[in-house]
Design a protein around this ligand. Structure first.
Ligand code: SF4
Length: 884
């Protein structure tokens, strides 16, 4: 076995360290790095399967112009010439870059410098705009700079952790498990503020299922309670803050009384009061917030409202306390540091004349951008309106992920020049590209990333890139040289860029900006290679503080933190008679963004395998919707088809859709197409958590599934969803009225099945069939179709592909049911493949009473731990059943 290479995970903002090595069969094996401070050896299910995502299949191997293979030289020259021509004819603002939190800091730095210093526009935005730009804006208003004050260890040192708008058990599992482990010994309390009873909320001591958008009202009420109950730190307020007087009207306002707050939040006053009491009496208190706060038309105000409470109590900048923004992406923070957002320049500088001048001198830039550029939603609007004529999209999929995604597609369709850099060959966005540039992906390139606690780590190359894929920093450097900027883009390796980035952070800084890593400005190539994770700030001179506000000094010019009086307001679009439901969107436990990577790993579909609508049972019943029915969800912006699942954790009148499915994976299930494009007026972050919607039952004439390793085009079906298997693909299929696709599938599968032993059941009217092909005693494919609701769940049958089918097992195949019922159904623990049925059976037959006992018997929950809240919920269900 070769020596492991230390790198970091490609997925969420926890930024877990990984040890990667090649096994004897050449496969990449990954395990948690016990020495990385973020995860101390832990990895969640997504991180554990990263080694399975490096297959060469489906990769974009070569550059393309107009869909035809091109040499790198031709593609780079083409891009440089086109951009130069558009800039000359229409000006710098006619060009835009749209980047990604998946890029490494060095990639981000090169893109930002090229645009803001040399092309001469700040039209550089990033998909991080969709994730945490409200937190950035709240930090800047409160502290004067985008600084996360705390560390992950604060979750372990706190006596109270408040998670607001954060399903951390699913979306930041390793951080949540660190807290859970500490909670067991420390006895700390968990409060979860979320309209939905998520897996995280199930683990809470107190869950506040507040109405969407009522967060500001809740935290303004808390501010008043803290002031009236002796919890404020007057010395801290006097010494380290400004603007407290502007908050005083809240103390007399009727809307900050507990009963009014409870009314606005639509929860019991007792719940509000208990939260307020716990916050007032707990010195070590962390408030962590994520997309539920940020993805809102009042996201920035929400962030400031909760920060105000920490400033009032002085509970910030010390161990175990403070506001804490948890970022979604692996390098959202790195992007913020270099200026990847259109309203930031570089190294945490803005567009003041002094900052523009300083950065221009440092870069020796001929044409500095002097004003903020277009934020994501506005940027694609400008493409749609023809103001932006060339857009270069890197490592992201806006045709799926932006709100009102169909309008984004229309914008790309008519744009003069669409350049897309990606590592996969097919994405919804790539289908609009005039030029496609084959980029290297995770594990193939070198650079750095920054996680949510400001820790900079190396991401290292652990495998050769396929084809001619190149790192993004190299692609941009080559284009910049061809545009005439060779002197400023003379980089030969990522270390060259990192040194320059570090030097800029310290350039004429003198303590004005907290983001300062100038201690690394002279790092040698060897030291960069060996770099161990470190926290910023890391200035060349002066104090290195792990918690930047430890000395109660803030980066505002007056050195103080600022209270921001935020008025409570509600989401822009309210439900009405036409669209009576509230659509909320978010992530699943085992998937990532638009599935370009997790979509390659069969076991990550064992938890949820189709584009799924989570709906409240009574709402579903009112529409005649049963479990697993197909449902059309529609908003004023778009519609899609999803499989219904009941979720009693939702509030009545609310529905939830995951964000992950694309045109590549399903017929019409792009959640982004349904989302309203309203944005927070300060941060520009779209309101993904609140869109008025309606739903209706679809009643297919035929529905079923096909499992095959042959190529198959599902497009004639009104609904289809694709699930990768170890050997082959599972297609869920349905046709609404026309049965032609059914006939076609019947004929096609007869042809395939001529090559083996066929088991078949067919009803007299031939409107239903079950066909399984066994070849040399091994099950190789299956096709089940029939009237809606008549076809069994395919998940068990899908697992039988490639296994021996003899004796009693053969009868099971046509029934699509295992002989052991515990093997059936969705997998709760994807690490050990344990189903809900198996867990329930073990709880009942063995009298298990704790998650730990389930782990002892079935191993479930003993690895990454992300399923532990769901195990607890199954235990509770079994207990309630017994009580009845
Ligand atoms: Fe990766 Fe999971 Fe760690 Fe996030 S929590 S960085 S997805 S291993």
């Amino acid at each position: 076995m070769n020596a492991p290479i230390r790198t970091t995970c490609a997925y969420c903002g926890v930024g877990c360290g990984i040890l990667a090595r090649h096994g004897e069969d050449g496969r990449l094996l990954v395990e948690g790095d016990p020495d990385h401070p973020a995860n101390k050896g832990r990895l969640c299910g997504k991180g554990q399967t990263l080694g399975e995502t490096l297959a060469p299949e489906g990769r974009l191997l070569h550059p393309q112009i107009g869909g035809e293979r091109a040499s790198w030289d031709a593609a780079l020259s083409h891009v440089a010439e086109k951009l130069s021509a558009i800039r000359a004819e229409h000006g710098p603002d006619s060009i835009a870059f749209y980047l990604s939190g998946q890029l490494l800091t060095e990639d981000y730095y090169a893109a930002n410098k090229l645009m803001k210093g040399f092309i001469g526009t700040a039209n550089v935005d990033t998909n991080s705009r969709l994730c945490m730009s409200s937190a950035v804006a709240a930090h800047k208003r409160a502290f004067g700079e985008d600084v996360v004050p705390g560390l992950y260890e604060d979750f372990e040192l706190a006596d109270l952790v408040v998670l607001t708008g954060s399903n951390a058990a699913w979306c930041h599992p390793v951080l949540f498990q660190r807290f859970e482990a500490a909670r067991e010994t420390r006895g700390s309390k968990l409060v979860v503020i979320d309209p939905r009873k998520t897996a995280t909320a199930q683990a809470a001591d107190l869950h506040l299922p507040i109405a969407p958008g009522s967060d500001v009202a809740l935290f303004n009420g808390l501010f008043r309670y803290l002031c009236e109950n002796g919890a404020v730190d007057e010395a801290f307020i006097a010494r380290a803050t400004a603007g407290f007087e502007e908050m005083l009207p809240l103390l007399d306002a009727a809307e900050t009384e507990i009963t009014s707050v409870a009314q606005v939040c639509r929860i019991e006053p007792a719940l509000v009061e208990r939260f307020y009491e716990w916050a007032a009496e707990t010195e070590r208190w962390v408030t962590a917030f994520s997309q539920g706060v940020n993805q809102s038309s009042q996201g920035t105000d929400k962030g400031n409202a909760l920060i105000n409470c920490h400033l009032a109590t002085g509970r910030i900048g010390r161990p175990g306390m403070g506001p804490f923004s948890i970022t979604g992406q692996p390098n959202a923070m790195g992007g913020r540091e270099v200026g990847g957002l259109a309203n930031m320049l570089a190294a945490h500088m803005g567009f003041t004349p002094a900052d523009v001048d300083r950065t221009g001198r440092f870069w020796n830039a001929p044409q500095m951008a002097e004003k903020e550029g277009l934020k994501a939603v506005d940027l694609f609007d400008a493409v749609h309106e023809g103001r932006v004529k060339a857009v270069w999209i890197m490592a992201t999929n806006p045709a799926v992920s932006l709100p009102n995604a169909d309008r984004v597609r229309a914008a790309l369709e008519k744009c003069d020049l669409v350049i897309v850099s990606d590592c996969v060959a097919e994405t919804d966005t790539l289908s609009y590209a005039h030029v496609a540039l084959s980029a290297q992906g995770w594990g193939e390139k070198d650079g750095t990333v920054t996680n949510s606690e400001r820790r900079i780590s190396r991401q290292r190359k652990v495998a050769e890139a396929p084809g001619e894929a190149k790192p993004d920093w190299w692609i941009m450097t080559q284009v910049a040289r061809r545009m005439g900027f060779a002197d400023a883009f003379s980089y030969e390796k990522p270390a060259d860029i990192f040194r320059e980035h570090a030097a800029l952070s310290g350039f004429e800084n003198d303590g004005a900006r907290v983001f300062d890593i100038s201690a690394y400005a002279g790092i040698s190539d060897d030291a960069y290679e060996e770099m161990t994770p470190f926290l910023w700030p890391a200035p060349a001179q002066g104090v290195r503080r792990e918690r930047p506000f430890q000395g109660a000094r803030f980066p505002h010019e007056d050195g103080r933190a600022h209270f921001i009086a935020a008025a409570a307001s509600m989401p822009r679009h309210a439900p009405d008679a036409l669209f009576p439901l509230v659509l909320n969107t978010g992530r699943l436990r085992d998937q990532w963004h638009t599935m370009t990577r997790t979509g390659l790993v069969p076991r990550l579909f064992a938890h949820v395998s189709e584009p799924t609508l989570f709906c409240y049972p009574a709402d579903a019943a009112a529409q005649g919707i049963t479990r697993k029915a197909l449902v059309e969800v529609e908003t004023a912006w778009g519609k899609g088809i999803f499989r219904a699942v009941f979720d009693e954790g939702l509030a009545r009148g609310h529905i939830f859709l995951p964000i992950h499915w694309t045109d590549r994976m399903t017929a019409k299930g792009i959640t982004g197409a349904l989302v309203n494009p309203v944005c927070d007026p300060i941060s520009g972050q779209p309101e993904f958590k609140h869109t008025p919607a309606r739903m209706r039952l679809l009643e297919p004439a035929h529905a079923g599934f096909l499992i095959t390793n042959q190529s198959f085009d599902p497009s004639p079906f009104d609904y289809w969803a694709k699930v990768p298997l170890k050997d082959g693909t599972l297609y869920y299929l349905a046709s609404l009225a026309d049965d032609a696709p059914f006939e076609k599938l019947d004929r096609l599968s007869v042809t395939w099945y001529a090559r083996g032993e066929v088991m078949e059941l067919r009803d007299k009217g031939k409107s239903a069939l079950r066909r399984v092909l066994v070849k040399d005693g091994v099950t190789v494919s299956a096709c089940f179709m029939g009237p809606a609701g008549s076809v069994p769940d395919p998940s068990w049958l899908a697992q039988q592909m490639g296994t021996r089918a003899d004796g009693a097992a053969a009868a099971s195949l046509l029934a699509a049911l295992p002989m052991d019922p515990a093997e059936a159904g969705a997998k709760i623990c994807s690490c050990f493949g344990v189903s809900a049925a198996a867990i329930t059976e073990a709880v009942q037959s063995k009298g298990l009473t704790s998650v730990k006992e389930i782990g002892n018997v079935l191993q479930a929950g003993t690895n990454c731990g992300a399923c532990r809240p769901e195990l607890a919920a199954l235990l509770e269900q079994a207990r309630l059943k017994e009580a009845v």
